[in-house]
Write a protein that binds this ligand. Structure first.
Ligand SMILES: [Zn+2]
Length: 338
């Protein structure tokens, strides 16, 4: 694998200064984020980055005289559905989600190359409790990579903000939506939480915010993160609580006007699932803990299984575009060289 051209982004050990930027959109949804959280991802070769932008979606081989882009890469890890509970308790009375997250963090910290950032696609905690968010915060402090959470149906905006108020998207009074850069990639994190419902929503305000974000980065590759998948996966009891079909249709139309969206990455279904949607590809990440039982029937019972925990690794290289890998947290024997 080629050498990195990204300045390594390390989590600041000193207190983060109060410098923040607030973007007010026409839909009145706010995006607040720390300037310092973005500085670690600055390209060191602006001319080469410009080549990527020119070539994106047209000619990724850099035939316009730019240096070969083969050494450019970006690695975004995705963990999902952590379902952290209060200390001393288990999810569903049987799953020690904190221990599972600790193992996932150990695996992420040991990766080589190490990811440039980690996106956490919702269900951060199991019941939205403030003690759960405090426990999650403690666990995430060990993650040696910048991390960016978004909300799922098990989350609670007010309690999330009470504990993660200094994090991207958490400081506004509106929806917890935010965007950040990883190398040349723009990552847009959506808030599909609909309090009181297991299903997801992208109302007009949230979609307008997304459209403004997409219009502002038409010349760059984009990943859209959201908890609820916008498609039916065939597992009946999960399809009943997917993104609302009317909202999914509006999202589909919006994405088709922005072909630079490389991937939609979701959680919620606790399984690795791929589908075509909105002129792009949707990928759902498995959970770092328990998985949803694979029952491709409309009437199967709500059920979890202890299949191996895993996470996503989204690898961007200018010449190949975005490639998504699914990696189990626990590795088997090997590797054996052959
Ligand atoms: Zn979940």
């Amino acid at each position: 694998m080629g050498s990195r051209v990204i300045v390594r982004g390390e989590i600041p050990t000193a207190p983060v200064p109060p410098a923040t930027k607030t973007v007010q959109t026409p839909a009145a949804a706010e995006c607040t984020f720390s300037e310092q959280s973005l500085t670690g991802f600055r390209w060191v070769a602006p001319r080469r980055a410009a080549c990527i932008r020119r070539n994106h979606g047209v000619n990724r081989q850099g035939s316009d005289g730019c240096p070969s882009p083969e050494t450019k890469l970006m690695l975004l890890a995705q963990i999902s559905d952590l379902h952290i509970t209060a200390p001393g308790t288990l999810a569903y009375g049987r799953v020690d989600t904190a221990a599972f997250l600790t193992r996932a963090i150990d695996a992420l910290n040991a990766l080589a190359p190490r990811p440039d950032a980690v996106l956490i696609t919702g269900d951060l905690v199991d019941a939205g409790g403030i003690d759960e968010y405090r426990q999650l915060r403690t666990l995430l402090e060990r993650l040696a990579v910048p991390w960016f959470p978004l909300l799922g149906n098990h989350d609670d905006r007010a309690n999330f903000r009470a504990v993660f108020g200094d994090r991207a998207g958490a400081a506004s009074d509106g929806f917890a939506q935010h965007a950040f850069d990883v190398g040349d990639m723009r990552v847009i994190a959506l808030d599909t939480l609909d309090p009181g419902s297991g299903a997801g929503r992208l109302c007009a305000a949230r979609l307008a915010w997304l459209e403004a974000q997409l219009d502002a980065c038409r010349d760059r590759p984009v990943i859209v993160g959201m908890h609820h998948p916008p498609f039916a996966c065939g597992i009946g009891f999960m399809d009943a609580i997917r993104l609302a079909p009317d909202d999914a249709r509006a999202l589909d139309a919006l994405l088709r006007r922005h072909p630079n969206v490389e991937r939609i990455v979701c959680g919620h279904v606790h399984r690795p699932i791929t589908a075509r949607f909105g002129g792009t590809v949707v990928w759902c990440a498995p959970s770092t803990a328990h998985q949803v039982a694979l029952q491709l029937t409309p009437d199967g019972p709500d059920a979890l299984v202890m299949e191996p925990p895993a996470f996503g690794l989204h690898l961007w290289r200018a010449e190949t575009g975005l490639v998504t890998h699914c990696r189990c947290v626990d590795q088997g024997d090997g590797p054996y060289v052959f």
